[in-house]
Write a protein that binds this ligand. Structure first.
Ligand code: BTN
Length: 260
C-alpha cells in the first residue's frame, strides 16, 4: 500500500479555535514523548502537539516499545501545563482515550472500547495506547505529556505480543485518511480539557465508564511483582482499579489487565 504523508495545513484547519496552536510535524524522531520533554525544559508553551511520521524508539507503558510504520499511523504527544492538582492526572488521559474512541466512531464508524488504564480495543485486539509522562511540583501538576499511538493503516503482526493488535484499516477494510481523525480527536479533547481545568469531570467520568470494557468482569492484573485475580468493581476518578479478590476489595494502581 502507498501511504501518504500528513498534510500540516489540513490538520491546522481542522483544529482552529482549540488550544493546539503550535504543531510540530516531524518526519522521524526517537519518541514524540521524549521530544516533548525536551521542549518542556526549553519552556515551550502549553497547547503544543508533536506529531511524528515514524519513531526510532517509540515507548509504550511498562517499559515496552511501540511499533509503527512510516506514514501509516498516528503518533503524537500533547504538551499540557494544566493548573491542577496531581489527582487530575488520570482524568487527562481519560479525556484523550474518550476523545479518540468518539472520533473513531464518528470518522471511521468503528466501535472501540477502553481497557484500563487507557488502552483502546476493538473486540479483543489492541488498536491504540496512551503513555502519559508528567512532573509534579508540590501538590500540583507542572507539566503533562500525553503520548498516543493509533494503528490507523498498519498494525504489528507479532504473535509474541502480550495482546494481538489491529488497525482501523484491518477492521474497516479500507485505507483511512489520518488528518480528519486527528483533528476530530483534538477538537474533542479540547472540550474535555476545558471541563477538567474547571474541575468538572462528572460527564467525562460517566462517559468513560460506559466505554470501559472491564467493569464487572473477571480479570487478572499483573502488577509490579504479583498477579491479582478478581472481579472489577469500579475504577476511581484517580485511576485506581478496585478489584474484589476473595471477598475483599483490593486497590491496584499500576499494571496490565487480562480478561479471564
Ligand atoms: C501503550 O499502550 O503502551 C502506550 C503506547 C503509547 C505510544 C505513543 S506513540 C507516540 C508517543 N511517543 C512515544 O514514544 N510513545 C507514545
Amino acid at each position: 500500500m502507498r501511504y501518504e504523508a500528513l498534510k500540516r495545513d489540513e490538520i491546522l484547519k481542522g483544529i482552529k479555535g482549540t488550544i493546539f496552536s503550535n504543531i510540530i510535524l516531524l518526519d522521524e524522531i526517537d519518541s514524540t514523548n521524549n521530544f516533548a520533554k525536551k521542549l518542556v525544559s526549553e519552556g515551550v508553551k502549553e497547547g503544543t502537539i508533536i506529531i511524528a511520521e515514524s519513531q526510532t524508539a517509540g515507548k509504550g507503558r511498562m517499559g515496552r516499545s511501540w511499533f509503527s510504520k512510516k506514514y501509516a499511523n498516528l503518533l503524537f504527544s500533547l504538551l499540557l501545563r494544566p493548573n491542577l492538582g496531581k489527582e487530575y492526572i488520570f482524568s487527562l488521559s481519560m479525556g484523550l482515550a474518550l476523545s479518540s474512541i468518539e472520533a473513531i466512531e464518528k470518522i471511521v464508524g468503528i466501535h472501540a472500547m477502553i481497557k484500563w488504564p487507557n488502552d483502546i480495543y476493538v473486540a479483543d485486539k489492541k488498536l491504540a495506547g496512551i503513555l502519559s509522562e508528567f512532573s509534579i511540583k508540590g501538590k500540583t501538576l507542572e507539566y503533562v505529556i500525553l503520548g498516543m499511538g493509533i494503528n490507523v493503516n498498519w498494525h504489528p503482526e507479532n504473535k509474541e505480543f502480550l495482546y494481538p493488535a489491529t488497525s482501523l484499516f484491518k477492521e474497516k477494510g479500507e485505507y483511512i485518511k489520518r488528518e480528519p481523525l486527528l483533528s476530530e480527536i483534538l477538537q474533542r479533547f479540547d472540550r474535555y480539557y476545558k471541563d477538567i481545568l474547571n474541575e468538572d469531570i462528572d460527564r467525562l467520568y460517566d462517559m468513560w465508564n460506559k466505554r470501559s470494557m472491564i467493569i464487572g468482569r473477571e480479570v487478572s492484573v499483573m502488577g509490579y511483582e504479583k498477579e491479582l485475580k478478581g472481579r472489577v468493581i469500579r475504577i476511581e476518578r484517580d485511576g485506581s482499579l478496585i478489584l474484589k479478590v476473595n471477598g475483599k476489595e483490593e486497590r491496584v494502581l499500576y499494571g496490565d489487565v487480562s480478561l479471564r
